[in-house]
Ligand binder design. Structure first.
Ligand SMILES: C[S@@+](CC[C@H](N)C(=O)[O-])C[C@H]1O[C@@H](n2cnc3c(N)ncnc32)[C@H](O)[C@@H]1O
Length: 220
């Protein structure tokens, strides 16, 4: 078995409490889009499953996808411990994985910008197809004000192979506001917020600036 950088990252993740705590903004989705109306949820790039598991606990039908088998094994173990069902699927978000209209909600939290801009566009277009009309996409991605912007080798416009990322060899694409609007073809933007904060790791203070987007697939 060949291990990716993400596998290596997740293999050491038992100490990473951050990746076990769901983001409060994701929790707000549960109140806004209840399981009775939005039952089928896809967590694309689920990591250790902090969001997949909380949705499963709230009785959504959850599918969790990640390219890291180690991340998925941790989701499986944690789901078993919590006694909640989560369907784990190894896969690459850049490739078609599901039939059209398979989901009512897709969550891509800090995932689909790990590559080139065109790969991000492809991933969002795929999410649009996976959603039923009226279904909701929630995604986060770094802005060009983020502390990592300009860090490492520039491999394409606004795309850097970061040296100071939370995992090794990370490619990041940094979006501006126009980008976000372009990405939303076929969606109505419900909310587009810039979230900015400082955080500390190993005594180094980092600045995060992220878009947080909620968009609804247009009903035709
Ligand atoms: C920053 S982590 C976020 C994990 C999770 N969404 C969360 O918020 O806890 C990014 C995740 O994307 C996954 N990933 C990276 N590239 C991927 C790809 N091409 N296809 C599927 N998953 C990918 C990684 O394995 C990792 O688990």
């Amino acid at each position: 078995m060949e291990f990716s950088n993400w596998d290596i990252f997740w293999a050491g993740s038992e100490e990473k409490d951050y990746w076990k705590e769901p983001d409060p903004f994701v929790l707000e989705l549960i109140a806004s889009y209840p399981p009775e109306k939005f039952p089928r949820v896809l967590d694309l790039g689920c990591g250790m499953g902090r969001h997949a598991l909380v949705f499963a606990r709230h009785e959504y039908q959850v599918t969790a996808v990640d390219s890291s088998q180690i991340a998925l094994a941790q989701v499986e173990e944690r789901a078993k411990k919590m006694g909640v069902p989560v369907k784990n699927i190894p896969g690459d978000y850049r490739a078609p994985l599901f039939a059209d209209e398979s989901f009512d909600m897709v969550i891509c939290y800090n995932v689909i910008y790990h590559g080139l801009r065109e790969e991000m566009v492809r991933a969002i277009n795929l999410c649009q197809k996976y959603l039923k009309p009226g279904g909701v996409l929630f995604l986060t991605c770094p802005t060009r004000d983020d502390g990592k912007y300009g860090d490492g080798e520039q491999i394409a416009p606004h795309t850097f192979l970061s040296e100071n990322s939370t995992h090794p060899d990370a490619v990041h694409y940094f979006s501006d506001s126009n980008d976000i609007d372009c990405f939303c073809t076929g969606f109505e933007v419900l909310s587009k917020k810039k979230r900015e904060y400082y955080w500390k790791q190993d005594d180094i203070v980092n600045f995060s600036s992220y878009w947080q987007l909620t968009a609804q697939k247009i009903e035709t």
